[in-house]
Design a protein around this ligand. Sequence first.
Ligand code: SAT
Ligand code: MN
Length: 597
Amino acid sequence: MATPLETWVEQQAALTQPDRIYWCDGSEDEARKLIEIGMKEEKIGEHNIFYELCQKTYPNSYLHRSHPTDVARTEHLTYVCHPDQETAGPNNNWMDPKEAKNLLTQLSRGCMRGRTMYVLPYMMGHPDSPYARACIQLTDVSYVAVSMRIMTRMGKKVIEKIGRSDDFVKGIHSVGDFDPSRRFIMHFPDEHLVWSIGSGYGGNALLGKKCFSLRIASWLGFQQGWLAEHMVIIGIEDPQGQTTYVTAAMPSACGKTNLAMLESTLPGYRVWTLGDDIAWLNVGPDGRLYAINPEIGLFGVAPGTSMKTNPNMMLTLKASHFYPTLFTNTGLDADTNQPWWEGMGVPAPKNLINWQGKPHQPSGNGLAAHPNARFTVSIYNSPMLSKDFDQPKGVPISAIILGGRRSNLIPLVKEAFNWQHGVFIGTRTGSETTAAAIHQVGVLRRDPMAMLPFCGYNMGDYFRHWLDMGKRLTHPPKIFSVNWFRLDGQNGFLWPGFGDNIRVLKWIVDRVHHRTEAKETPLGLVPFVKDLELEGLNLPAENLEKLFEVHPEEWEPELQDIKEFLIRFGKRMPEEIWHEYHALIHRLSNPSSEHFA
Ligand code: SAT
Ligand code: MN
């Protein structure tokens, strides 16, 4: 008798009508075969799916050019279909699940005709981890099959693991005809199902990533008592050889990937990478918070990545391993067959082909690489991969760092007074738009815990869940906020950033291990300047002062803006958060009082 998995695949094939069905086994040979198919048979528009890059400098690497309209996540076409809208909350687009399924069924009828349906069995998390999940994704494009093999633990063992059970995470994906008006990314949290049509872009098409591991997993975590977070995981090794594990949440364009692979400028300190995007956080038997990264790949933005900004990533991209590396929508040096992008730190080559496969016009204002050009690379290629990466129970987390990009108000680093205060800081973190984005420069977008586009349920309930998690931890991590982007009066940054951020991490580690004191301010606990390791920096003393200045009078509009943001979540916003809001106002109006905590 057919297993529930086989029956489900047959049902989807009956609807989408592929020419053939191919069950992937996750092997190296198979990846090569899929790449061959992508180089020779499958196409998107006029381009083949894969183009072989110079194998000497970029071993096992391939270029992919997307459909020109399909270059980023499409949040306005992304829906979370809970039975009632209130559960999805003001932070999600919502459609009634029945209506959503009817729409998708119509759009999917015959959508795989002439194509292969790839069946991808994969785990999110190490197969031996109690927190791992068995998943199946269907897709009709080799690019997605190969990408999933880089990003997840894919293999036929997963099918054995699922066996006759119907408890597996389901993903249905078709690129359809790439028409944005027929593009939808729909989540059905109670069925552990993601259904996506019309896009091949990472976050829309690699359904184990944002769709399952954040949107649906955050809902599972809410029901089951854990957290699925948009966070990097790193280990910070100090000169004594002790490694302290921390996670960090940052909205995009705030240096998250660089932090995940930070090259320390402080002798004796090293950062070890465990994850660059997603952390699943569980309460361990010892009352500490344990983190696993459910993925095994890095899906990062290429433009701006250089030997200066992220040398470890550059090495990772050139490392040789049996996992392939994909470059999507970068430029191409036609003479050497190597990828090129703006901000790579090397001059543009003479014969440069742009991301759409046309000769680059240096006189025009177009870019050779799309600003969201990406690489997809195995984390095992990283020279700084933590030895604990494959640890099934994860690593114990001592600090949670919440980042943002603010030109003023927010100090370089501060420690929350306690868990509840830390959660409040998380509700209001935000990022000012930069010139790199299409939006107006300097507009603040609040993005609580960097989860606004990824929380699969009402964010008011999400904050309540964070507060409850804190109560279950007998040894909760300390919560910190960082802001590398505070400006001096002339639009220069006050802090050098990049590898020197290790100096801030050192202070955080020192706080965790009770090695250093902190100064109380209305906003939280900040370093005494003498406790920051600044040797070799030549930072003007006034910069240091400005990095930590609190001007209560400047907070008036900020407080108003925070209030307007929090009000959006209505009655679902926990009282405790409003309590923290009023406590902040109180501290700012009595800045000299001794004890804020
Ligand atoms: O594809 S991802 O969603 O992981 C990257 C992004 O667009 O944010
Ligand atoms: Mn991300």
